[in-house]
Design a protein around this ligand. Sequence first.
Ligand code: G4P
Ligand code: NA
Ligand code: NA
Length: 189
Amino acid sequence: MKELKDYIKLHGKVANSSTLKVDSFINHQIDPKLMMAIGEEFKKRFQDKNINKVLTIEASGIAIGLATAFAFNVPLVFAKKKKPSTMNDMYNATVYSFTKKESYNVCVSKEFLNENDKVLVVDDFLAMGNALVGLKEILNEAGAEFVGAGIVIEKGFQEGGKFLRENGIHLESLAIIDSLENNTIKFKD
Ligand code: G4P
Ligand code: NA
Ligand code: NA
């Protein structure tokens, strides 16, 4: 997605050789026009799939999920990292964060996912793919269909994309980064 890559070139900052900062337009301050364009782009790429729900994970996934759900005119559900005290009946998965070197639990109320759902999963970054695997477990538990995954920024030098594609997941990444070495952002093609 050219508009996104232009944004990344202009506003993205290399934090270190494995981490890209995009907090001025994606995951701290948010650019709403870019977000809505991202939603439209996912709509284009998955439009023939009869999606009836979008699923993401809090916090940074929510803005992307909302833009995408708006484009499809379907509800957005986001997995929570802390179990709300009022939620009893829920699906759970454990996610290991490679970046943070710790595991956390994610949950979705059984009220909002079931075997009739055809779900598009979206997120801001794809690194090792553990968050997506956790969301896939939740969809399996619900008996819902994992139609595909829409990622804003895939870090092509980490294993997640390869792993998910090899496992037959329809993955669409709007920007794929090949390298962040030497303080330089290099995109795939
Ligand atoms: P994985 O799911 O692909 O295995 O990724 P990982 O556990 O490594 O990611 C942990 C967190 O770090 C995620 O956010 C993810 O979006 C974020 N992240 C991964 N790589 C980058 C990067 O290069 N730049 C930035 N800015 N973030 C990255 P999270 O902990 O779920 O937090 P939240 O922001 O959604 O609340
Ligand atoms: Na995220
Ligand atoms: Na994040």
